[in-house]
Unconditional design. Structure first.
Lengths: 300, 460
């Protein structure tokens, strides 16, 4: 039983990270109906920004409090990825809005290739390890929970609350929901559609940066191809939960985190990703639009 | 407004945009280019600045934005305006000699290509041109034409096509290792096995549409790759399978060095691996032609028409009594079959297969070639394969760049970076792909090419 709860805690941590990335996928999909394939690499860029800032700050001021350090890493990573995603949307996606459906998908895949290779070229192909930021652990009987895990879950919960508030209670969120429902009508009613879409990309990127920083803190290492696997898993999470649905993305992320850690604990670690993908296929057979997705109504 | 003030206005605008682009580039690249992280002797991660490099990036961004706004965009606008005024439609029936006979010329060039490269570069020197360029490009042409059946004709978005390529390659590798069967037996068998896997993938995704389909096909590709990595008892995992037998000329002549019926011995030629490569070149060319022939023939048959109907409108298709289940499954199966053929060929060409060759990136590259070529157009896809694959292969050859950028410069490192950039640039400027016209198979009285924008890309 202790073992189970231990794995549950691990799964929850991992699931929080996936959930944060998945929101970026699901929001962009909801608002312009495209798979932002480069989102996983935005997550990777966030991790790298945090890593570089960490190195710079520690080389100038030794002994910065951990909380302040994390805060600086988070803020810089969020700014960096926001700028990147904003630019990417302007350069690669906006010219293709209203063009046929596969065109932005191809530019997004191209962008993903560009970003990971860009980091490989500029920062080198090797894994980048950093010393552990937080190493406290707490024991509850036989269960060990690290401070890292608590930070990840708490930060995720706080951000999701803020995020939920923005989307549901502010004029900006209203504009986003309006654009999602009917872009043309929203524009007619005075919503600045271009700006709303840009802000959506920025918000998704900021959450991905948080996920990237948390990932760096959790595993203590960053690499140029870190974006792909978590990106695909988060995308899987978004689809599993029903793409376009925000609670669905979080639910999907948590589910995938849990499956991964439980499968690794009770079966073979080698096939954990196979289990995740198989579950996705299995769920979609019975619910073709995901767990919380709205069924698509096609008008003739 | 006078001419001069208008152009002054334009310059002012361009300058402003250039400044903005420069500032953005500064922000974008500040951390990633301006700072370099590396491990020092104590294996600690440290950093140093690279302001010069950052300045180059910023200047490039600003200058290219300036040129874009001040010269390229007005030029394109003027051309568009002139075209609209002259009243000539973008797609006309007037075709030049070259255009009319393009396919014949291209085929002829391909047939004589190995001979020409032998003549120009010598037997040993031709290896590079036949193998790295010829065979490499033709493999991608074949894969892209195979995927085109699924994506371009049936409109089903498949992000895991490389799985069938892997199935074909491993089928050939394993069956030839354990049962000693020859290439000519295993080539069709690999195709059939891949088609079988195509149907296995097809069943669960029958009800899925659009992006749900995309992620499940992607997941399928990853599952196949992960199984290949982890099922070490059979696949030898990441080590891969080596020593895969070479193909023979229909079993009559072999290319194994010690064999009595060795090709070079039989013809009294000097020992060289170039002959095998030339044989492989014609083999893959024949396989490509088979793919093209089948695609063209199928488009005129009920099943091909059903695919295109499915792509245009699934609901209308179903209400006209077309069985969408078999239509989708045959599209997956036939597309997969050609992937399987290409996989078997790949295995015999390399003599070695490992899961490394079947990553998602390959699927992405193949899909990119299909879309960049203009979905559904065989010529366009072939052109895209030549440009994208040939272009990146060319980069391997650019040794002279080392003299420009110093000896540490490795052009290969930039291969995929440039590939990705090319994907973005081509899509932004030509969203309909290289070949923007389509030849319909059903027509009234006379066949007329239509713009690619009249065809849909499907929802499935």
């Amino acid at each position: 039983m202790e073992y189970f709860i231990q794995q549950l805690a691990n799964g929850l941590t991992l699931g929080s990270i996936y959930g944060l990335i998945a929101i970026g996928y699901t929001m962009v999909y909801g608002i312009i109906g495209m798979i932002n394939f480069a989102h996983g690499d935005i997550f990777m860029l966030g991790g790298f920004a945090a890593l570089i800032v960490f190195l710079i700050v520690t080389s100038f001021f030794a002994g910065v409090p951990v909380a302040l350090m994390l805060l600086i890493m988070l803020v810089v990573a969020m700014l960096m990825t926001s700028l990147w995603n904003w630019t990417i949307e302007r350069v690669a996606y906006r010219p293709l809005r209203g063009s046929f459906r596969l065109a932005p998908l191809i530019t997004a895949i191209g962008m993903s290739i560009v970003l990971s290779n860009f980091i490989q070229v500029t920062q080198g192909p090797r894994n980048k390890p950093i010393p552990a930021l937080v190493s406290d652990v707490y024991h509850f009987g036989a269960i060990t929970i690290s401070l890292k895990q608590i930070i990840i879950v708490v930060v995720t919960a706080v951000l999701l609350t803020i995020f939920w508030y923005i989307v549901n209670k502010t004029p900006l969120g209203r504009a986003q929901r309006a654009t999602e429902q009917d872009r043309k009508m929203a524009a007619l009613l005075g919503v600045d559609v271009d700006r709303t879409i840009s802000i959506t990309f920025v918000m998704g990127a900021a959450l991905a940066a948080v996920a990237g920083t948390m990932y760096l803190m959790y595993y203590g290492v960053a690499s140029f191809n870190d974006g792909f696997i978590p990106g695909v898993k988060a995308f899987t999470a978004a689809v599993l939960g029903g793409i376009g649905s925000l609670p669905g993305a979080v639910l999907g992320g948590l589910l995938i985190g849990l499956i991964e850690s439980l499968w690794s604990a009770y079966f073979t670690i080698a096939y954990k990703d196979v289990a995740t993908f198989a579950l996705l296929a299995f769920v979609l057979i019975f619910k073709p639009t995901g767990i919380l997705g709205r069924p698509e109504v096609e008008k003739v | 407004m006078t001419q001069s003030s208008a152009s002054e206005n334009l310059m002012g605008k361009a300058l402003k945009e250039a400044l903005f682009a420069g500032a953005t580039a500064f922000g974008l690249f500040l951390l990633y280019v301006g700072i370099e992280t590396y491990q020092n002797i104590n294996n600690q991660l440290v950093w140093r600045t690279r302001w010069g490099m950052l300045a180059i990036f910023v200047v490039i961004a600003a200058v290219s934005r300036f040129l874009m706004v001040a010269f390229i965009v007005p030029h394109l606008d003027r051309r568009k305006l002139a075209k609209a005024k002259s009243g000539i439609l973008e797609i006309s029936d007037e075709k030049s000699f070259f255009h009319k006979h393009f396919l014949k010329i291209a085929l002829f060039a391909l047939v004589i290509y190995p001979m020409v490269s032998v003549m120009l570069a010598g037997t040993q020197g031709s290896l590079k041109y036949v193998d790295n360029f010829g065979i490499q490009i033709l493999i991608y042409v074949m894969l892209a034409w195979g995927l085109n059946i699924v994506v371009g004709l049936a409109g089903l978005l498949d992000l895991g096509y490389v799985a069938f390529y892997a199935v074909g390659a491993y089928s050939y590798a394993l069956l030839s290792e354990h049962f000693g069967l020859s290439f000519w037996v295993l080539l069709p068998l690999s195709g059939i096995l891949a088609a079988f896997w195509g149907i296995i993938l097809g069943f669960p995704v029958l009800r899925l549409r659009g992006d749900y389909l995309a992620i499940v096909t992607l997941a399928f590709g990853e599952i196949i790759r992960l199984v290949l990595i982890n099922w070490t008892a059979v696949t030898k995992g990441t080590f891969g399978i080596s020593g895969i037998p070479k193909a023979s000329v229909f079993g009559i002549w072999s290319f194994d060095i010690g064999a009595a019926n060795n090709f070079t011995k039989a013809f009294g030629l000097p020992m060289s691996s170039a002959y095998y490569k030339i044989f492989l070149f014609y083999l893959i060319l024949a396989l490509c032609m088979l793919t093209a022939y089948v695609t063209i023939k199928l488009r005129r048959m009920p099943i091909g028409r059903a695919w295109e109907a499915l792509r245009e409108d699934e609901i209308a298709c179903r209400s006209l009594g077309i069985n969408t289940v078999t239509t989708k499954l045959t599209a997956f199966a036939i597309g997969a079959m050609f992937g399987g053929f290409a996989g078997a060929f790949f295995a015999t060409r390399q003599g070695f297969v490992s899961p490394e060759s079947f990553v998602f990136l390959e699927s992405a590259v193949i899909l990119a070639i299909v879309v960049l070529g203009g979905m559904g157009s065989l010529t366009g896809i072939a052109i895209a394969a030549v440009v994208m694959v040939g272009g990146t292969e060319l980069l391997r050859e650019m040794e002279f760049l080392k003299h420009v950028f110093g000896p540490d410069f490795t052009p290969e490192l930039y291969r995929m970076l440039l590939f990705g950039l090319a994907m973005i640039i081509v899509m932004v400027f030509k969203p309909r792909g290289f070949v923007g016209s389509r030849e319909p198979t059903a027509f009234l009285k006379e066949r007329k090419a239509v713009s690619g924008s009249f065809t849909k890309e499907g929802h499935g």
